[in-house]
Write a protein that binds this ligand. Structure first.
Ligand code: HEC
Length: 480
C-alpha cells in the first residue's frame, strides 16, 4: 500500500474519529456521504433494528412476497444482460494498519473497545478502472452497540462515517459510491471499521464492488468423452448458436468458448462417425461462466436399436408440437418444448426418411433421407407461412405439399415397390407430368382425407395449411 499517501490522511482521520467520539457535541462530526450531521445519523441508525442499514431503504422491497412474484421480470433490452460487478474482497485479518488493541485472530479482525475508548482496523483496496459501487463490511457488533464503518472521502479529505450500529450481525454498507469521490490520488479506496466504548465488533470481511463498464462476456465449457472406455474424445467440433461460435475438444476432451455474451444458445457437437448424447444442449448464459456442458460420443456401427434425434428451431426459438414422421415405418413422435425429438429404430432399416409436419410451417429440409444402421442426428429449420392469394406449383405446392408428403410415393424417380401402389402417371415432382384430372382428384382427395391412402395415415398425412394451399391452388386454376 502507499504509506506516503495514506498515513497523513489516516492520522487526520483518527483525529477526526477521536474528536467525534469524545466530543460532547456529536453533531459537529462528519456524516455519511448523503446526509448531514452525526446527530441525524444517530437518529436514523437508532431505528435500524434489523440487518438493513438505512441506506438500503430506497431499494427496499414492498412487504408482500406474493406481489413480487406476480410482477414481470425486469426488462432486458440488450444482449448485455445485467451489469456485471467485479468484487474485491479482504478478510478481516487483512486490516492494516490497525490500532494497538485490535486483534487479528487469523481470519477476522476483532475490535474490543475499552470503556470510553476505541479500536479500529483499516482496509485498503486497489480497484480496477471503472465505477465504484459499494463498500460492504460483514461485521458483527455486540452490546452495548457502538460500532462504526468509514470510507475515505477525497472530496472532503476526511472519513465519511456510518453508525453507530447497535448490536447487529451481518452487512453494513456504503452504497452508491459513484455519487462521491472515494478514490485516493493513487486510485485506492480505504475503508475503516471501528468499535467504541465497551463494544466488541468482529469484522469477517470487507468487499468493494466495482462496475468495470466492460460488456460482460463469459466462458461456456465442457468435456466430451468416448462412451467406449469413458476416455476423452478429442477433435470433436462444437458449435454454439446463434453467433456461429465454434470450438474443438482438446486432447483431454475439454472445450471452451470464450467471450460469450449473455443469451440463450444451442450447443451442438459433431464428429464424423460419432453420435452424441445428448445430441445438443440448451445453454443459457446469464451472468456467469457456464461449465459442465458435457457430451458422450459413441462410435456408430453397433447393432439396433438406433436413436434418431434432432432439434427443430424456428429462427432462435425451439418449435414444440411438430409431428415428426417416418413414412412406412409406422413411427412418429412430437417435438418437446425445447424443439427436440427422438425415436428408436428397433430393427435395421436400409434407409428411410424423416418428415416434420406442422400446420402453417415449412421445413428445411422438407424431408431427410437417413440410413437406418446407426444413431443419427437430424435437425430441421422451421419457417412460418400464411396462405398466399395466388398459389403456384413451383413456389408453394412442390416444396410445401408434394415434397414432404405426396412425393414419398408419386415420384417419377420411383418404380415398383418404392411407389407404394401410386399410379405411374401421377407424379408430383413434375408439374406437366401430372394431368389436370389428377390435379383435381388430388385436391378433392386431399380435402376428403383419403389421400395419402388410409393405410399410410398413421405415418404421413396432410396438415390443415397444406390442404388450404391445395384448395387455393385449384381455385387459381393450378398455376405452374
Ligand atoms: C403412401 C403413398 C402415397 C402417398 C404419400 C400419396 N399417394 Fe396418391 N396414391 C397412392 C395409391 C396407392 C394410389 C392408388 C389407390 C387410390 O387411388 O387410393 C394413389 C392414387 C392417387 C391419385 C389417383 C387416383 C385418383 O383419385 O385420381 C391421385 C390423384 C393421388 N393419388 C394424389 C395424391 C396426392 C395429391 C398426394 C399428396 C397429398 C398423394 N396422392 C399421396 C399412394 C400415395
Amino acid at each position: 500500500m502507499s504509506i506516503k499517501t495514506s498515513v497523513p490522511l489516516f492520522i487526520r482521520a483518527v483525529q477526526t474519529v477521536a474528536v467525534c467520539l469524545l466530543a460532547a457535541a456529536l453533531s459537529a462530526c462528519a456524516g455519511r456521504p448523503e446526509s448531514g450531521s452525526l446527530e441525524n445519523l444517530r437518529q436514523t441508525d437508532a431505528r435500524q433494528t434489523d440487518a438493513r442499514p438505512s441506506d438500503a431503504r430506497p431499494g427496499s422491497q414492498p412487504p408482500l412476497a406474493a406481489m413480487l412474484r406476480g410482477l414481470p421480470p425486469i426488462p432486458m433490452d440488450s444482449a448485455r444482460g445485467a451489469t456485471v460487478l467485479q468484487t474485491l474482497t479482504l478478510t478481516g485479518s487483512q486490516a492494516s494498519p490497525r490500532s494497538a488493541g485490535a486483534v487479528n485472530d487469523g481470519s477476522n479482525l476483532s475490535l474490543v473497545a475499552p470503556a470510553g475508548g476505541f479500536e479500529y482496523g483499516m482496509f485498503e483496496f486497489t480497484p480496477p478502472a471503472g465505477t465504484l459501487q459499494a463498500l460492504v463490511f460483514t461485521m458483527d457488533v455486540s452490546s452495548p452497540g457502538s460500532a462504526w464503518i468509514a470510507i475515505a472521502n477525497y472530496e472532503r479529505l476526511a472519513w465519511d462515517f456510518k453508525g453507530p450500529y447497535p448490536t447487529l450481525a451481518g452487512a453494513k454498507a456504503f452504497l452508491n459510491l459513484n455519487n462521491g469521490n472515494y478514490k485516493s490520488p493513487g486510485g485506492r479506496v480505504y475503508g475503516l471499521a471501528l468499535a467504541y466504548d465497551s463494544t466488541t465488533a468482529s469484522v469477517q470481511q470487507v468487499q468493494l464492488t466495482v462496475d468495470d463498464g466492460q460488456t460482460p462476456s463469459f466462458t461456456v465449457s465442457g468435456t466430451v468423452t468416448n462412451s467406449a472406455g469413458s476416455v476423452a474424445l478429442p477433435g470433436v467440433n462444437l458449435s454454439l448458436q446463434p453467433g456461429g461460435h465454434v470450438a474443438q475438444s482438446g486432447i483431454d476432451g475439454s472445450f471452451s468458448f470464450e467471450d460469450i455474451e449473455a443469451g440463450d444458445y444451442t450447443l451442438t457437437p459433431s464428429l464424423t462417425g460419432f453420435t452424441f448424447a445428448p445430441p445438443n444442449r440448451d445453454v443459457t448464459v446469464s451472468n456467469a461462466d457456464v461449465s459442465g456442458q458435457n457430451f458422450v460420443g459413441t462410435l456408430q456401427g453397433g447393432g439396433p436399436p438406433f436413436t434418431i434425434s434432432g432439434k427443430i428451431m424456428d429462427g432462435d426459438t425451439p418449435l414444440a408440437g411438430v409431428t415428426v414422421m417416418v413414412p412406412f415405418e409406422q413411427l412418429d413422435t412430437v417435438t418437446d418444448a425445447q424443439g427436440n425429438y427422438s425415436f428408436e429404430i428397433l430393427n435395421e432399416i436400409e434407409d428411410f426418411r424423416v418428415v416434420p409436419l406442422l400446420s402453417g410451417f415449412s421445413f428445411d429440409p422438407p424431408k431427410a433421407f437417413l440410413t437406418g444402421d446407426h444413431d443419427q442426428t437430424q435437425d430441421f429449420t422451421a419457417t412460418a407461412y400464411t396462405i398466399p392469394d395466388t398459389v403456384s406449383y413451383a413456389t408453394h405446392m412442390k416444396p410445401l405439399v408434394f415434397e414432404p408428403v405426396c412425393m414419398n410415393c408419386h415420384n417419377s424417380a420411383y418404380t415398383g415397390a418404392e411407389r407404394h401402389g401410386a399410379h405411374p402417371d401421377v407424379n408430383w415432382d413434375t408439374y406437366g407430368g401430372t394431368d389436370l384430372t389428377f390435379k383435381q382428384h388430388g385436391n378433392s382427395r386431399a380435402q376428403s382425407g383419403s389421400m395419402p391412402p388410409f393405410g399410410f395415415h398413421a405415418t404421413i398425412n396432410l396438415t390443415d395449411s397444406q390442404k388450404a394451399l391445395f384448395q387455393k391452388w385449384e381455385d387459381g386454376a393450378f398455376q405452374p
